[in-house]
Design a protein around this ligand. Structure first.
Ligand SMILES: [Zn+2]
Length: 280
C-alpha cells in the first residue's frame, strides 16, 4: 500500500505503554476472566479458539512482540488507514447531505478499559458501540501472519476497515436493531445467523474503503490479493478447523471464508452501500 508520507488521522487515542492490564491482575488470581468480560463489542476476527489462556493468566508483564521500528511504522500505517476510511465515508455520507462522525481509534497494549468492559488484545481488534471506539493492539499485525497466515499491510488495513464498518453500522442504527432482533430470536442458532449477517455487512463496508483506496491509487499490485487472503483467513469454518479440527455451522458468528471474501469483494467492486445488505 502507498501510505508513507500520507495524512494520518488525528482521531487516535494512544494508550500504549499505559499499564491497562496491570490493575486487573492483583486480585482474584490471574486475568483469564478478561476473555469473557467484554460484552456488546464487535470483532473483526474471533480468535477465542486460538488464544492460549495459560499465556494470559501467567501474570507476566506484557512485552510487545514488535520492535520499536515495527511499532512506529504500524502506528503511522494505522493512522493513515483510519484517515482513508474517514475520507471514504465522509464522501459517502456527504452525498446524501449527512455528516459522518468518525470513530476514535484507541491504540493500546495487552488490555484496556472500554465502555463494553475490559478489552483484551488476545481477542483481536474490536469495536465498542457504547463509546464509538475501535480498539487496536498493533502486535495483532504479527498474530495475523503467524496465527492466521494473513500477512501484509493490506491485510491489516482490511481488519481496521472492518471495525470502522461496525462504526458505520452503529451510525446507521443497524447495530441496535440487530441486537434487539437477536434478543427476540429465542435461539442461539438464530442469534448467530444475525451476527453472521452483521459481520458480512462490515466486510462489505470494508470493501467500500477498498473501492476508495483502489480508485485513488493507494493500492499497489498484490495488495488486493492480501486483503482477499485476509478475508478468507478469518472465516469461521477455517478458524474452527484450525482450533478444534472441525467446523460447527450453527455456531458461526462471522461467516465462512467464502462468504467473507464474497461480501468484501461486493463492496470493493460496487463502492455502493446499497449492495451491502445481507439482511435481505
Ligand atoms: Zn466484526
Amino acid at each position: 500500500m502507498r501510505w508513507q508520507g500520507r495524512r494520518e488521522s488525528s482521531n487516535v487515542e494512544d494508550r500504549r505503554g499505559a499499564s491497562g492490564g496491570g490493575g486487573f491482575r492483583g486480585k482474584g488470581g490471574g486475568i483469564v476472566g478478561l476473555l469473557i468480560i467484554l460484552v456488546g463489542a464487535y470483532f473483526g476476527v474471533d480468535l477465542s479458539g486460538l488464544v492460549d489462556a495459560s499465556n494470559i493468566s501467567s501474570g507476566q508483564s506484557y512485552q510487545s512482540s514488535l520492535n520499536s521500528q515495527e511499532e512506529q511504522q504500524l502506528n503511522s500505517f494505522s493512522r493513515v488507514v483510519l484517515a482513508d476510511t474517514e475520507v471514504a465515508w465522509e464522501q459517502y455520507f456527504g452525498k446524501s447531505g449527512q455528516r459522518y462522525t468518525p470513530p476514535t481509534m484507541v491504540l493500546y497494549n495487552y488490555a484496556t478499559q472500554t465502555s463494553c468492559g475490559t478489552g483484551q488484545a488476545a481477542m483481536g481488534p474490536f469495536y465498542c458501540p457504547n463509546d464509538q471506539r475501535v480498539y487496536l493492539d498493533l502486535s495483532f499485525y504479527k498474530d495475523m501472519s503467524s496465527k492466521l497466515k494473513a500477512s501484509g499491510d493490506t491485510a491489516f488495513a482490511y481488519v481496521i476497515a472492518h471495525e470502522v464498518g461496525h462504526h458505520v453500522q452503529n451510525l446507521l442504527g443497524i447495530l441496535p436493531k440487530v441486537q434487539q432482533a437477536q434478543q427476540r430470536s429465542g435461539s442461539q442458532a438464530a442469534a448467530n445467523q444475525l451476527s453472521v449477517k452483521l459481520e458480512l455487512q462490515a466486510d462489505c463496508f470494508a470493501g467500500i474503503w477498498g473501492h476508495y483506496a483502489d480508485k485513488n491509487g493507494i493500492l499497489e499490485s498484490g495488495d488486493l490479493e492480501e486483503a482477499f487472503n485476509a478475508a478468507e483467513a478469518v472465516g469461521d469454518d477455517r478458524l474452527q478447523k484450525q482450533s478444534q479440527g472441525y467446523a460447527v455451522p450453527d455456531s458461526f458468528t462471522h461467516g465462512t471464508s467464502a462468504q467473507r471474501l464474497a461480501w468484501f469483494q461486493r463492496g470493493l467492486q460496487s463502492g455502493d452501500i446499497k449492495q451491502c445488505n445481507p439482511f435481505g
